[in-house]
Design a protein around this ligand. Structure first.
Ligand code: SAH
Length: 263
């Protein structure tokens, strides 16, 4: 299978590393990584993926936790990529999930393209998709919803930085909140105040797709307390909606099936 066209040296690939487990990267992403001269990688990228770059590739850690960190680091990342690419090197910018879902991939691509640096975006499995699949939560289901909405919970719902329309979100269908653990109390309160029933099925998925993945499911109004009691910690996504109820059904069916197989 041909996975990646040879492109001129000096290209920057913005590559999605996938949601956690290293083998969830795409073939195209892995091909780019394996011929990188420089890898600029984020905190949530699995070390086994960074190890896939050639042994003599330059490895630049651009780790930062959280979505909105001061611009200096971001500017440095931009400059490192542009300078290496202008020197004719193949640069892989490796980001967790998909580079353009809460990952600043758009900003980085615009910066580079605006300076004449060739850029290719290689998509990745975003956390909402990967973590929910691994947790047995179907993001859509014909019986439950016709819509999925991805939002960032980084901003305190009570601060003016948060521009989310909670009334609309309370009506939308499946809701997946990235970076939602810190403000989970306020998020659950906003949704229920805006008409979402307090017993709406909801879950927190921590370290989705990784061997120590943790899933806490609970009615929405009780989810913040349940997450605290279970020691939930980042990285985590919050999933709200009827689809979460399908998780227990799927698990029950799967365990019945495996018992049947053993019998
Ligand atoms: N570009 C990424 C998101 C980066 S923002 C993507 O497409 O998935 C970082 C947030 O993603 C974390 O705070 C968390 O909310 C979520 N996240 C990343 N990896 C995760 C994982 N393995 N399990 C659960 N949530 C994860």
């Amino acid at each position: 299978m041909k996975t990646l066209e040879l492109t001129p040296p000096g290209t920057v690939y913005l590559v999605g590393a996938g949601p956690g487990a290293p083998d969830l990267i795409t073939l195209r992403g892995l091909a780019a990584l394996r011929r990188a001269d420089v890898v600029v990688y984020d905190a949530l990228v699995h070390p086994q993926l960074v190890a896939e770059a050639p042994a003599d590739a330059e490895r630049v850690y651009a780790g930062k936790r959280g979505y909105c960190v001061g611009s200096t680091l971001q500017e440095t990342i931009h400059e490192v990529m542009a300078n290496r690419a202008r020197a004719g090197l193949t640069v892989v910018r490796l980001k967790g999930g998909d580079p353009c879902v809460f990952g600043r991939g758009g900003e980085e691509a615009e910066y580079l393209a605006g300076r004449g640096v060739p850029v290719e975006i290689v998509p990745g499995v975003t956390t909402a998709v990967g973590a929910c699949a691994a947790a047995g939560i179907p993001l859509t289901h014909r019986d439950a919803t016709q819509a999925v909405t991805l939002v960032t919970g980084h901003f305190d719902p009570d601060s003016p930085d948060c521009t989310l329309d909670w009334a609309a979100l309370a009506r939308t269908g499946t809701l997946v909140v990235y970076m939602g653990l810190r403000h989970l109390d306020a998020i659950a309160a906003r949704l229920t105040q805006n008409g979402l029933p307090p017993d709406t099925p909801a879950a927190v998925v921590c370290r989705g797709t990784l061997p120590d993945q943790q899933v806490i499911d609970s009615p929405l109004s009780l989810l913040p307390a349940a997450a605290r009691a279970a020691g939930a910690a980042a990285p985590a996504v919050v999933v709200v909606g009827e689809v979460v109820a399908h998780r227990s059904r799927m698990l029950a069916l799967a365990s019945a099936a495996s018992e049947g197989a053993l019998a």
